[in-house]
Design a protein. Structure first.
Length: 259
């Protein structure tokens, strides 16, 4: 059963997350919008749809099976952070796997834990923009070589160093700025997923589709790395991304290994 997050109940959701052991894992971005120079960044090039078209296009996209969440689904068990402050890594891995799926590449379960160097191999939150910059330089290793919930290099196979070169984000849209909501809605309708942070939650998530709620408001969906039964539909001002928000458009092409 999905969680429904609104402007009226979001504090309760945050409290439940904290009680379940999930502390703040997403930190505010440190780069300027469009400021990541490590790859082609299309900061203001999302071809925004007029707001007057949003609801009709949302319904059309759902009927046509356009949303990435209709074409590829994250595994709530494999993509479960288990109390670690690694939402920034889990959601980036989900975004990368989804991008691979959209490109027609074979499925490989990626390991968020392979990004542990970003936080000194500790259980800590991190910046979404810096995590993406790191992944664009080093890649994200697969579960074949970096087991789930193991953040010490001593617990990994040394083959991860070569393996991660197969899974490198190379191109993205930067969604932050005054049009972040319009860009998010547009990107999802175009069939992309969104790697975003929510400051009110201190949480990073991957957004995979839209719908029109029973009250007529636009809602966004996240599989959420808080585990099975915690996927969420978010509406109102709570749905508007912050803290650093991106759309992966391309990753290195590789058949890689399966895990």
């Amino acid at each position: 059963m999905s969680i429904h997050i609104t402007d009226s109940n979001f504090r309760e959701v945050v409290q439940r997350s904290q009680e379940a052991g999930f502390t703040v894992g997403a930190l505010p971005r440190r780069s300027k919008v469009g400021g990541l120079a490590c790859a082609p960044v299309f900061a203001e090039r999302v071809p925004l749809l007029p707001e007057s078209q949003w609801k009709s296009r949302i319904r059309e996209a759902e009927a046509d099976g356009v949303y990435i969440g209709q074409r590829w689904q994250s595994d709530p068990n494999a993509d479960y952070q288990n109390g670690f402050g690694y939402c920034w890594a889990y959601s980036l891995s989900q975004a990368t796997m989804a991008c691979r799926a959209a490109m027609g590449q074979p499925f490989v379960q990626l390991s968020p834990e392979s990004l542990a160097e970003c936080v000194g191999y500790r259980n800590r939150g991190y910046y979404l923009d810096d995590a993406l910059a790191y992944a664009s330089q080093h890649g994200i290793a697969s579960r074949l070589f970096v087991p789930q919930h193991k953040i010490s290099k001593a617990q990994w196979s040394q083959q991860y160093l070569d393996d991660r070169k197969n899974y490198i984000p190379t191109e993205w849209y930067d969604l932050d700025g005054k049009d972040v909501w319009a860009a998010t809605v547009t990107a999802l309708i175009m069939g992309f997923g969104c790697y975003v942070g929510y400051d009110w939650w201190g949480h990073a998530v991957w957004l995979d589709r839209l719908r029109i709620g029973s009250n007529g408001k636009i809602e966004v969906h996240t599989p959420n790395s808080h585990g099975p039964g915690n996927d969420a539909w978010i509406s109102g001002s709570r749905a508007i991304p912050s803290m650093g928000s991106f759309v992966l458009r391309n990753v290195t092409f590789s058949t890689g290994g399966r895990a």
